[in-house]
Design a binder for this molecule. Structure first.
Ligand code: ZN
Length: 300
């Protein structure tokens, strides 16, 4: 970018502020505002006296003091600014939120935004992994990544598992919006990936310890041992040993992984208390998770 044209540092609102779009994410609005002054958003945020100057970080962790300062600079309110972000969402809920780059786009809205400003508008809903509808126009969202895995096409063609995945996503999106304890869902999906030992002695020792030992790639994850994932097992043959990477959030799992995890969740939900008790004794889920998951997945 050429030389910045930021106004000199002074208290009060910026002289010119582009109006925020419906459901626009905070970082997008800040980047568009900075572009108006031919500046990088970090420079603008520094100028208005924020302690955090990364727009992507502000989307998640803006402090109350930064929200106050932004409200003044952007002629808004801390509440309205907070609503443009994911600030205040618990850590587990952020597992469903993409960082920096959206996972969805809306063709209709993106077409309207083209050419409006140097920096493309990004909507908040486009960052939520389990979203399906655009908040601005109500249209269907389109995934940003193109999926080439054969398993995906097979699963979609088979209808049933993919429909189940879509249903679970709708329920999770609602739970996410309603600030329900979605950590139970994440724990259950990760428990599905646990390589439960088939040897009773190993199993007994693990229970006594209260956690599983790591047997990488030895036994299939629990997900593939459950009755009810047969159809999925048939299509996702190359994913038989797939499990969510330990330190990556749900939003970053491959789509096949997300599908097997959501479908597996519905199977686990039906699995009965004995299974949940076992997972609890291995430290994989917490007390009450079963009921929370059941409640979140319950149809209307
Ligand atoms: Zn739209």
């Amino acid at each position: 970018m050429s030389r910045s044209a930021l106004p000199p540092r002074r208290p009060g609102p910026l002289p010119e502020i582009p109006p925020a779009e419906t459901d626009e994410i905070l970082s997008s609005w800040l980047s568009r505002s900075a572009a108006l002054y031919k500046a990088r958003p970090e420079a603008l945020l520094d100028q208005v006296g924020l302690t955090e100057t990364s727009p992507a970080v502000l989307d998640r962790y803006a402090t109350p003091a930064d929200l106050e300062r932004l409200a003044v600079a952007m002629r808004s309110s801390p509440h309205a600014i907070r609503r443009m972000s994911f600030v205040g969402k618990p850590r587990e809920a952020l597992e469903f939120v993409a960082h920096k780059k959206p996972v969805w786009t809306c063709r209709q809205c993106a077409r309207e935004f083209t050419g409006r400003s140097q920096v493309q508008v990004k909507l908040r809903q486009w960052f939520v992994a389990v979203a399906s509808m655009c908040r601005r126009c109500g249209g269907r969202l389109t995934p940003m990544r193109t999926c080439t895995a054969r398993a995906i096409h097979e699963i979609i063609a088979a209808h049933e598992p993919y429909e189940r995945h879509t249903f679970v996503c709708t329920r999770l999106a609602r739970a996410f919006d309603d600030e329900r304890p979605i950590g139970a869902v994440i724990r259950a999906m990760k428990a599905l990936a646990a390589p439960l030992p088939t040897n009773p002695r190993v199993f007994y020792r693990a229970r006594k310890r209260g956690h599983l030992l790591d047997f990488p790639d030895r036994t299939p994850p629990l997900l593939w041992q459950l009755v009810g994932t047969r159809q999925l097992r048939h299509h996702a043959h190359s994913y038989r040993y797939w499990r969510p990477p330990a330190n990556r959030p749900y939003v970053a799992w491959p789509l096949v992984g997300q599908i097997v995890a959501t479908v597996g969740l519905t199977v686990l939900e039906q699995a009965g208390l004995a299974m949940w008790d076992q997972l609890k004794s291995l430290g994989l889920v917490e007390y009450g998770d079963h009921f929370i998951v059941k409640n979140i997945l319950a149809a209307d």
